[in-house]
Design a protein around this ligand. Sequence first.
Ligand SMILES: Cc1cc2nc3c(=O)[nH]c(=O)nc-3n(C[C@H](O)[C@H](O)[C@H](O)COP(=O)(O)OP(=O)(O)OC[C@H]3O[C@@H](n4cnc5c(N)ncnc54)[C@H](O)[C@@H]3O)c2cc1C
Length: 388
Amino acid sequence: MSDSHAVVVGGGIGGLSAALALHRHGWRVTVLERAPELREVGAGLSLMANAVRALDTLGLGPTVRRGGHGEAPGGIRNRHGRWLSRVDATEMVRQLGTTALGVHRATLHRTLREALPASSLHTSATVEHVESDPDRASVRYRTPDGPRTLTADLVVGADGLRSRVRAQLWPQHPGPVYAGSTAWRAAIAFADPVPAAISWGPGAEFGMVPIGDGQLYWYAALNAPPGGHAPDELAALRERFGDWHDPIPALLAGTPPGVVLRNDIHHLAVPLPSYVRGRVALLGDAAHAMTPNLGQGAGQAIEDAVVLGAVCANGAEGLPAAALGAYDEQRRPRSQAVARASVTAGRFGQQLRHPIAVAMRDTALRLTPGRVALRSMARYADWRPPAG
Ligand SMILES: Cc1cc2nc3c(=O)[nH]c(=O)nc-3n(C[C@H](O)[C@H](O)[C@H](O)COP(=O)(O)OP(=O)(O)OC[C@H]3O[C@@H](n4cnc5c(N)ncnc54)[C@H](O)[C@@H]3O)c2cc1C
């Protein structure tokens, strides 16, 4: 294969997955990350069966499984701990072929990083400008040693929610908007066995996910105006969730000060008309930042990477516009459908606050047979990587 070269803008989970997928198909890759160090935030992640399968395709499934905690999601409870919906783990594995996985973000990020040649990873490299013509694309970026330019066969815009690549090449797009909820999260040491599960109260959700090695990831989400903060975030959460069912108060009590992350949830409410412009392809949050209600944002980014690798399998010479067009065709409808479903899941779940609506939803969930609940979950988790 000729020396096909891709520049990947952004060294998050999406960018590293894309770099690895291309590298495995013989491409030379250059990852440009603006942060001085390649790392992920200190919290956990749920990877649904589709994401685990995509990691299998990248050759990392066994390592990530070893580094995380495989378990079927236990289900949904109300804030008093009554189960509204339970997932049958055995049936889930039968239908999807694998459990979901709870993993520390840092573990997944490190696993991806270590699978790439160290020489391909460049930090303190902030991309400022991208250009594309039908055959080549170039990026101009800033480094501590001055500005640089790189020309490549392919540029992958994996620069996240506030993507500069998207803003520049899709200037009509309005960009991300606030989804109406704020989330808090932390990864803590917690040795007691806990099922991966979420709990709903009016306008509120608390989730817990074992992530292996005696660690547990918890998150909380509330309807809230954007831009807020509390003088002591943890104290405010202990107050808000103090009377929720066990082990929620214990998890908050066991969380050390200073480890809680607070994020307003933003997403791309207006879907992009294409993920490809010339020799530039968008991927991950840059292409389809979604609300976290289905636990699919990173999973969709890893799927993007696998499909991008597959359409680029013949190298740059075999990369006619049609190949990147195939990436767009395979990824845009699915990832945008998942993003829409995630918004709906949030409205019906965490964001629902009227007591009558909450009571009706909870009753409907209790009456829904487990196999029906599993089928709706499997709808997005049942993804197969392209053959070959
Ligand atoms: C509260 C919360 C919970 C979530 N839970 C889950 C979950 O359980 N499961 C799941 O699958 N997903 C989850 N997600 C979504 C998931 O975190 C994201 O979808 C995923 O991390 C996106 O990865 P990415 O690589 O596309 O973007 P990012 O992680 O944002 O990476 C982008 C990278 O690009 C770099 N960058 C940006 N601009 C430039 C530039 N100009 N030049 C160079 N580098 C640049 C950034 O520094 C960053 O490193 C959650 C999200 C939130 C907010």
